[in-house]
Design a protein around this ligand. Structure first.
Ligand SMILES: [Zn+2]
Length: 194
């Protein structure tokens, strides 16, 4: 077998497979978040009630986080499972979820920050730490997924193990954290490899 040939081209043109479930749910969560935000805006005026507004925007905040989390999972599941789709769905979910997060967090945050400045400081520190952890995780994941894709061979439906490099059928290999492993290596590293 020609080990120098990558399979990303074959994967890129596959538009027939099923859409990753997480990516579809992510879009639905994003739409639900916006529904709650519009309901909040609809109560502005004579029907405004601060408790209801807090409840609705808190719900929108939660749903936007769910939509971003699932969009991320759906996007990576597409790269890890040749023959599935969902990158566009994940992109749409981010386009819905991210602005919903900003609007909901802005609405809630402005109220809370004025009452408790310490909450704002804590939130900023948590945000910076979160970004650092996320970017390190993303780098490790991208490394494993690129390796899998580079060695993926569409005709034989195999790829190379992320640890020992042995060619393994897709049906036998397994994603363990950030690497795709052959049965031997996935038994040797039950917790997966970074
Ligand atoms: Zn192996």
């Amino acid at each position: 077998m020609d080990m120098t040939e990558g399979g990303s081209a074959e994967m890129a043109v596959n538009r027939k497979g099923p859409v990753a479930k997480d990516a579809v749910t992510a879009v639905q969560a994003g739409l639900a978040a916006w529904t709650l935000l519009f309901l909040t805006f609809a109560t502005f005026g004579p029907w405004f009630h601060i408790g209801v507004a807090y409840a609705l925007t808190s719900g929108a905040l939660l749903l936007s986080l769910v939509s971003l989390y699932l969009a991320d999972r759906g996007y990576h599941s597409v790269w890890r499972n040749p023959g599935t789709r969902g990158v566009a769905h994940s992109g749409l979910a981010v386009a819905l979820g991210l602005p919903a997060l900003v609007v909901a967090a802005g609405y809630l945050g402005l109220h809370i920050a004025f009452l408790l400045p310490l909450v704002l400081v804590f939130f900023m520190i948590a945000l910076v730490l979160g970004l650092v952890v996320f970017s390190e995780r993303a780098t490790a994941r991208a490394r494993g997924e690129n390796f899998f894709r580079d060695w993926f061979d569409a005709p034989s439906q195999t790829s190379a193990c992320g640890y020992c490099g042995d060619r393994t059928p897709l049906t036998q290999g397994r994603w363990a954290r950030n690497r795709w492993l052959c049965p031997t290596c996935s038994t040797a590293f039950p917790g997966g490899l970074a």
